[in-house]
Design a protein around this ligand. Structure first.
Ligand code: 3NM
Ligand code: MG
Length: 503
């Protein structure tokens, strides 16, 4: 197989491991499934095979990789690589000197070297041999390989990628160790955010050890693409800090939103001054609630500035497209905002969600929900939107449905939350200020906990509604009791009268 070394796609790099293949499956079927579903390069790594057996296996694997036009790299064994005319060799720090390897395999083959620190990278950069790529690891702790040094984590990884970018930007790299579909997007996004890029992600167990390697490969590839995406819905946070919530919201609900945010431990800021958005978005643990319920001719630019500032600084946004289907003008605004950037959570009633999802038949009367949909169709629409926008989508109503579009899956996870009380629909702002509770909770947790944090926010909200209703004589006292209840239960672990069904 002839390869153009300038065009090698390192994005999803499979390193094999025969020992962890589940019973009933074998290394060949696992590798073929992974090739069929998007692995871009394969390394055959065998630690215990005798030379004859190694060559036999390598030949069989090579037949497969050639069929999918994917390069095959042999770990450590130059003789095996030469015997089967593999596309390349990968060596570790304790293996043969890369300069010698290069002499033996010639200039057309791919040569990769494992590195763990600046010193080892310096060795690669100064090597007289042409080294095509480095493996950088261990990123996170892993059971797959017995590694003695502590994992690099994001900070260490960023430093090494920076080191390369400053000294030898043409050196390709893949990152390895404990990477899986859940942590890949945020890991890549966190590096890209700083301007330090890698070329791919190398994985072992998250494909080789899986009973459905086809599905797992597909999902891991989605995760890699998400991480490499220019638009990153990911956000960063700081464990120790209290959440701040920046509200751009409609005039009707400002007071209620601020009180509710404080009740659950957040710190609200109301601002529609574009000039300070970038500064705000740099605060630790800040999130934006963008509620477009009362747009004016001048607010659209403010919305856009806010989305840009929060996306740029990798902070979460809860988008509440209140009444977005009520008029052509509102639909135009919604479309503009969807085109500007990305959101972490989109929240709305049935009509609003249908409108954002671009589903026909969403008719609106004022800002009230007028449509009726069964759960199955609702979940379908929510999943479409969640997948497209890579965010969490919340549909509020008699029951609330939440879909997780952040964790890449073939079928998205969702949950149904039941509880609350009718009183909640008798006061203004109860829907809108939920956005503030969601923002408070997601801002103090990591991107990949945003779904769980949203579930907690919605259930806490419903539970407070239920508790308050028992103590109230009417909507007026309900309003007061609701904030009391929310304040009291905001630290609770469980919400007794609210049910969460997960799917
Ligand atoms: N090399 P998994 S870590 C083969 O740090 C290998 O150089 C590493 O396996 C390094 O994807 C590793 O299952 C194993 O965590 C990675
Ligand atoms: Mg080795």
């Amino acid at each position: 197989m002839t390869i153009d070394k300038s065009k090698i796609d390192y994005s999803l790099y499979l390193v094999t491991n025969n020992e962890m293949v589940p019973e009933g499956l074998d290394i060949y079927t696992q590798v073929e499934k992974s090739l069929k579903n998007g692995v871009t390069i394969v390394q055959l790594r065998e630690k215990d095979l005798d030379t004859g057996e190694f060559i036999k296996r390598a030949e069989k694997i090579h037949q497969l990789t050639k069929k999918y036009n994917v390069p095959l790299i042999i770990n450590d064994r130059i003789d095996v690589a030469l015997a089967i005319d593999a596309e390349g060799v990968h060596v570790g720090q304790d293996d043969m000197d890369p300069a010698l390897v290069r002499k033996m395999i010639g200039n057309d083959k791919i040569l990769g070297v494992s590195t763990r620190c600046e010193e080892e990278l310096m060795g690669v950069i100064n090597s007289e041999a042409l080294i095509d790529y480095v493996g950088i690891g261990t990123v996170y702790s892993t059971k797959t390989k017995n590694v003695k040094r502590p994992p690099l984590n994001i900070g260490g990884l960023q430093n090494l990628l920076k080191f390369i970018s400053e000294r030898k930007p043409q050196l390709r790299s893949v990152i390895i160790g404990g990477l899986n579909k859940t942590n890949i997007p945020i890991t890549l996004a966190n590096c890209a955010y700083k301007g330090f890029n890698t070329d791919g992600v190398a994985v072992v167990s998250c494909i080789m050890a899986q009973s459905d390697a086809a599905l797992e490969t597909k999902e891991t590839l989605i995760a890699v693409k998400l991480g490499f995406g220019k638009v990153t819905p990911g956000y960063r946070h700081n464990e120790s800090k209290v959440s701040m919530v920046h509200f751009i919201t409609n005039g009707v609900v400002k007071n209620m939103s601020a009180n509710v945010c404080i009740a659950v431990g957040g710190s609200p800021i109301m601002s529609e001054l574009s000039e300070e958005f970038d500064e705000f978005a740099k605060f630790p643990n800040i999130g934006l609630v963008l509620n477009t319920g009362t747009p004016t001719s001048s607010t659209v630019d403010i919305y856009i500035d806010a989305i840009k500032a929060y996306n740029k600084n990798m902070r979460p946004i809860v988008y509440d497209p209140v009444g977005c289907g009520a008029s052509k003008a509102r639909r135009d605004i919604m479309n503009k905002l969807l085109n500007v950037g990305s959101f972490t959570v989109i929240k709305g009633n049935i009509s609003e969600i249908c409108c954002v999802a671009g589903v026909d038949g969403s008719s609106m009367r004022g800002v009230d929900s007028t449509m009726d949909l069964d759960i199955e169709s609702s979940v379908e629409i929510l999943s479409k939107l969640a997948r497209e926008r890579k965010c969490v989508v919340v549909m509020t109503g008699k029951i609330d449905i939440i879909v997780d579009g952040i964790t890449p899956r073939e079928t998205l996870n969702y949950c149904i939350i039941k509880g609350g009380d009718d009183y909640m629909s008798k006061i203004t702002g109860s829907g809108c200020s939920l956005g503030g509770v969601i923002a408070t909770l997601i801002s103090s947790t990591s991107y990949f906990n945003a779904y769980e944090a949203t579930i907690r926010a919605v259930s806490m909200y419903k539970e407070a509604g239920f508790i308050a209703s028992k103590q109230s004589k009417g909507p007026g006292s309900f309003n007061v009791n609701f904030i009391d209840a929310l304040y009291k239960i905001s630290k609770s672990k469980e919400f007794g009268s609210t049910t969460i069904s997960r799917y």
